[in-house]
Design a protein around this ligand. Structure first.
Ligand SMILES: [Zn+2]
Length: 285
């Protein structure tokens, strides 16, 4: 009963905060995980979702060279990044409500830009089993569930946890050939390190190395037949966009399994909105 967890975890954390008063994760003001001023700042920073794919060099392109569109709720800095980190890694599940509202704005923005009104599945980026055990929940999936429960998603949009992180032994056995290429010794060393620790750490890797590093890390949660009748439209939903390598891998798995991936939605992107002067005439952006 995953919905029970969605209700129980925030309720427990509020009860915990009563017993052990907390402080604002941004400015350390006592009594709330996010004080009123920081909450308002976070809301202001996510009030205008924007297209963020222009700066993410690892995102997939279609046959016409168009980069997969990505809508970000805000820039990954200050209140948004601090709240997201506290929500994911420091047990501040009570921040889920504010973060979910920001994500809802980006989902609506992405869906408004779609041509037809066909149903869209929202596929959350999965966590590793170790991260799930450590946190007790999957952050992006929990945010989407909360939006679904509070009826804050656009009509026809439903969360669909279609992806999972493949177990470590599967990833070691079915490691892509590129990672074993001797000319990429540095990458292999890093990739092997990540495999052994079970972490898909990406720091210090270039765009193509990042794509190779995450290749084969994900699979479908349930086997499903391929075929025209079975095509479903979806948007990939993730927390932070950096180079887009993880989204590219999710796209590869979904696309090869009969999903039509329309784009992605993220809570935050490391690159700010592109100014009009900086926009190229074609290509990315
Ligand atoms: Zn504050």
């Amino acid at each position: 009963m995953p919905w029970l967890l969605d209700v129980a975890v925030p309720a427990f954390s509020q009860f915990w905060a009563l017993l052990f008063p907390t402080e604002c994760v941004c400015c350390q003001l006592p009594d709330a995980s996010l004080c009123r001023r920081c909450r308002q700042r976070l809301r202001r920073s996510t009030v205008r979702p924007y297209r963020a794919e222009y700066a993410a060099g690892s995102l997939p392109e279609d046959s016409a060279g168009r980069v997969l569109p990505v809508v970000a709720a805000g820039v990954y800095r200050r209140e948004l990044s601090l709240s997201l980190l506290a929500y994911k890694n420091r047990g501040h599940t009570d921040l889920g409500r504010t973060l979910a509202a920001a994500l809802a704005g980006a989902v609506h923005h992405a869906v408004d830009g779609l041509a037809d009104g066909a149903p869209v599945q929202l596929v959350p980026m999965p966590s590793t089993a170790a991260a799930r055990r450590r946190r007790g929940y999957e952050p992006v999936q929990a945010l989407l569930r909360q939006l679904h429960r509070r009826k804050m998603l656009p009509p026809g949009c439903n969360p669909a946890a279609a992806l999972r992180v493949r177990p470590l032994w599967v990833r070691i056995l079915f490691r892509p050939v590129g990672a074993l290429d001797p000319s990429r010794r540095q990458l292999t060393r890093q990739a092997t390190g990540h495999l052994l620790t079970g972490k898909a750490g990406q720091k210090g890797l270039g765009a193509s190395a990042r794509r190779t590093n995450v290749r084969g890390t994900m699979g479908l949660r349930h086997r499903r037949p391929r075929g025209g009748r079975d095509v479903r439209q979806c948007l990939i939903v993730d927390d932070v966009l950096t180079t887009g390598a993880t989204i590219a891998e999710a796209h590869r798995v979904l696309d090869s399994s009969g999903f039509k991936v329309l784009g992605a939605v993220v809570l935050a992107a490391t690159s700010p909105p592109q100014t009009d002067e900086a926009k190229p005439a074609g290509g990315r952006g």
